[in-house]
Design a binder for this molecule. Structure first.
Ligand SMILES: Cc1cc2nc3c(=O)[nH]c(=O)nc-3n(C[C@H](O)[C@H](O)[C@H](O)COP(=O)(O)O)c2cc1C
Length: 405
């Protein structure tokens, strides 16, 4: 019970994702936290104080001018009695209010009055999230020390639109709360780490693309393991079918060029771990229309994609620690050594993805197990075959050790 004895004040904003808060309350209580809730007026349009009160087993606060509540607890006490204030969903409106110091209802007054850490889990339509006003408010709040989890990319509940703006899942919010309340105790607390994962898809036309067999399992497991050690993890994922890892901020991209842009926007970072199987090549031209069968030539002309690992390894704001993954089918260690120098990495984690690598079932690509060799400038470590989760744990511990130096 990671939150045993902790008091979480949960402010529920008026977004469609409010329904996820019912599960969030349950998950927080499962971890031993006492959860007290404030609901905005808009939140009560989506879920009822009755359900929130039943799940939190506490009175639900809704009104700044409720005479009984003000006499019994008072908004200042409400703000201070918690160990952490979480806002989920954090609406565009609540973010704007706090960024500008407005306090005209209970939620905003408490946010201004609290002296405790505040975690926001934004949720809104992608257009609202990317609006310059919301970007400015986000930056102001981040500068004021407000912590954020999510939003994630994906399909919106109400419109089916895809993009960044989905609220972090309840377990991700719980993990973020645990991280904040544990701050300083975990070995990677305060470290910002960028991880890439999955394949890239390089479009030929609207329906066809060049891809590879990477599943994202290893990269996602690494992102989750780093987050468990307290890191602020930014995961840039290619197209995968697995869920976002708990505790990491995940951005979804398609192509190598999009991945490069997303990675660059995360710099500066303390470490970069490049696990994604980025396509080396893309079609030189992408047709906006589906290419008709008869129109195919016998050749597809390719152009070389950016080498993200090499670019970051030689970047002006190079992270202190750069780790690359290399899928090899022969001369695994020799090839990894060459890559280490060429790409400016500190460590290359080489995996033998040949069909007879002995890792099964499913092999390394797409399977659940991995066998890697960790090649540094001065040493090579052979790790025995283990689950991808176990490789992730061990690598996260290695990252913590290297960043502590
Ligand atoms: C169906 C519906 C869904 C909404 N979803 C969101 C949302 O996900 N995020 C958001 O910021 N606002 C959303 N809004 C708008 C907010 O409810 C509105 O800005 C409200 O004033 C927010 O109040 P609050 O910040 O006090 O909770 C939605 C409105 C409606 C009618």
């Amino acid at each position: 019970m990671a939150l045993s004895g902790k008091r979480v004040l949960l402010i529920i904003g008026g977004g469609i994702a409010a329904y996820k808060c019912l599960d969030l309350i349950r998950r927080l209580r499962e971890q031993g936290a006492a959860v007290r809730c404030i609901m905005t007026r808009a939140a009560q349009e989506f879920i009822t104080p009755l359900s929130v009160g039943a799940l939190s087993a506490d009175h639900v606060f809704t009104d700044l001018f409720d005479r009984q509540d003000e006499q019994d607890v008072g908004h200042i006490r409400l703000a201070r009695e918690a160990d952490l204030v979480a806002v989920a969903p954090a609406t565009a409106d609540l973010m704007a209010k706090l960024a500008h110091g407005l306090a005209n209802d209970l939620a905003s007054a408490v946010l201004l009055a609290t002296d405790k850490p505040v975690l926001m889990a934004p949720a809104m339509n992608p257009a609202m999230w990317s609006h310059p006003a919301t970007r400015r408010n986000f930056e102001t709040l981040a500068k004021d020390g407000i912590r954020f989890t999510g939003p994630n990319s994906g399909e919106m509940a109400e419109s089916g639109e895809a993009g960044e703006g989905r609220m972090a899942e309840p377990l991700e919010i719980v993990a973020a709360i645990e991280n904040i309340l544990d701050d300083g105790k975990k070995p990677l607390a305060g470290k910002r780490i960028v991880v890439t994962s999955g394949p890239t898809h390089e479009a030929i036309d609207p329906v066809r693309y060049i891809a590879n067999r990477s599943s994202g399992k290893q990269g996602h497991a690494i992102a989750a393991a780093l987050a468990r050690l307290g890191a602020d993890v930014h995961l840039i994922s290619g197209p995968v079918t697995i869920p976002n890892p708990v505790g990491a901020r995940t951005v979804h991209v398609e192509s190598a060029r999009e991945m490069r842009e997303a990675v660059e926007s995360c710099l500066p970072a303390d470490a970069g771990i490049f696990v994604a199987a980025v396509a080396d090549w893309r079609a030189e031209t992408q047709s906006a229309e589906k290419i008709k069968k008869g129109k195919y030539g016998s050749t597809l002309t390719l152009s070389e994609n950016p080498d993200i690992l090499a670019e970051i390894g030689h970047h002006g704001s190079r992270p202190q620690l750069v780790i690359g993954f290399a899928a090899e089918t022969e001369n695994v260690i020799e090839n990894a050594r060459v890559k280490l120098l060429k790409k400016g990495a500190d460590i290359i984690v080489a995996n033998d993805v040949s069909h007879d690598s002995g890792v099964g079932p499913g092999g390394v690509m797409g399977g659940a197990r991995n066998r890697v060799q960790v090649v540094g400038t001065e040493h090579v470590e052979e790790w025995p075959e283990m689950s991808k989760d176990a490789v992730a744990e061990r690598l996260a511990a290695l990252v913590a050790e290297r960043l502590a130096k």
